[in-house]
Design a protein around this ligand. Sequence first.
Ligand code: FES
Length: 110
Amino acid sequence: MGDTSAGYKFYRVSMVNEFPSGERLFLEIDGLPIVLFSIGEDFLATGDICTHDGGEIGEGELDGEEIICPRHGARFNIRTGKAMSLPAVTGIPIYPVRQVDGFIEIGIPT
Ligand code: FES
């Protein structure tokens, strides 16, 4: 069970010091496929389904804060979720990430 606050239920997914910059974590929480990125000092979580044709975007190449879908090359900003290039026009979900007592927690809307 996660902690519920402000419309989200937060789930602990990793320890901060076991998740260095450049790593990714592939998760399923409440049936949602999620990718957690460690970038510099930040942890960013997005959905793992491309809005163009359902590809798994989490394996894609990162260009700064944009992920490139391996299937047809759509780009998404992983901080905002916004679609940045065709063939995708709709953004991907993003999830709040917080650090509590040395753990990384991801918030899922309740
Ligand atoms: S499935 Fe991602 S660009 Fe087509």
